[in-house]
Design a protein around this ligand. Structure first.
Ligand SMILES: Nc1ncnc2c1ncn2[C@@H]1O[C@H](COP(=O)(O)OP(=O)(O)OP(=O)(O)O)[C@@H](O)[C@H]1O
Ligand SMILES: [Mg+2]
Length: 257
């Protein structure tokens, strides 16, 4: 059974895509079989690995419509992991989701579990159906929070929605779901980022991961050059930080369902 880890927070631009792609690359470096799922109509993960979303057919859109199995849609990337690519058509899926459809992705991924050690899901921002699909599919929810003002608001919004609504609705599926907070865009050498991490630890304790992803221009550069930082700049502290995330996952994030 693969362990499914979703990178989720309703707030935009906090490092969901960057974390999903670079964690995938870091897990591959450690010999793991990894599938990355791009649920976002912006298709940022798909672009990040060098696939032009609107030139791909079929995509995850066709899987949600039950026209094509996920095993046919997935593509190999140059970085050792596979991807279920997204496209702007995912907007139509978002529009068509009904209450109860939050479970669709979980079912879509079931036939792929034997082929991977980890399935990482990059979820879209916003409180809507596809983001909920990413949450319901997850054994582990990783909340990437940027170490800046308002970070705690974004984290508590996600956690209260998950614990207050989603866990009730999908009680039997999500009995063992675990949540961890991953700080991204951490500015060392300022008082600001450490203060935010400390304040968040006071509230969420051990659910805040120890490793901190540094803020560095190398991440936008790696997106522009369509290569995970681990492949572009393997010795960069940003690459090392995601290696630590992968090592943590291998030690802790076992499938518990
Ligand atoms: N540690 C970091 N240091 C500096 N810039 C970063 C870091 N992580 C991500 N970024 C940059 O911040 C921007 C937003 O990151 P990313 O796309 O990963 O966020 P997201 O949560 O997926 O956004 P969205 O909500 O739009 O999907 C991107 O330009 C990315 O390159
Ligand atoms: Mg994103």
């Amino acid at each position: 059974m693969a362990t499914v880890i979703s990178f989720s927070i309703f707030k935009g631009g906090t490092g969901k895509t960057t974390s999903a792609v670079n964690t995938a690359a870091a897990l591959v470096e450690k010999g793991k079989r990894v599938l990355l799922v791009d649920l976002d109509q912006q298709a940022s993960s798909t672009r990040y690995v060098g696939i032009e979303p609107d030139s791909v057919n079929p995509t995850l859109y066709h899987v949600f419509l039950k026209q094509t199995p996920a095993s046919v849609v997935r593509q190999h990337t140059a970085f050792g992991f596979d991807i279920l690519p997204s496209s702007s058509l995912m907007a139509a899926i978002e529009e068509s989701l009904d209450p109860g459809d939050e479970i669709l992705l979980r079912d879509i991924l079931k036939p792929l579990h034997d082929e991977y050690d980890y399935i990482l899901v990059d979820t879209p921002p916003g409180k809507a159906g596809l983001a909920f699909n990413g949450i319901v599919a997850a054994d582990w929810l990783f909340i990437p929070a940027s170490a800046e003002r308002m970070a705690i608001d974004g984290v508590s919004d996600l956690i209260s929605h998950v614990q207050g609504i989603i866990w009730h609705k999908y009680r039997s599926e999500l009995l063992k779901q675990q949540i961890r907070i991953l700080f991204t865009m951490y500015k060392a050498g300022t008082n600001h980022s450490p203060g935010i991490v400390q304040a968040t630890r006071r509230i969420y304790g051990g659910n805040v991961l120890d490793m901190l992803i540094p803020e560095t221009i190398e991440f936008p550069r790696s997106f522009d050059l369509k290569q995970p930082i681990l492949s572009l700049s393997p010795h960069h502290p940003g690459a090392e930080a995601y290696r630590q995330v992968a090592a943590w996952i291998i030690d802790h994030a076992k499938t518990t369902t």
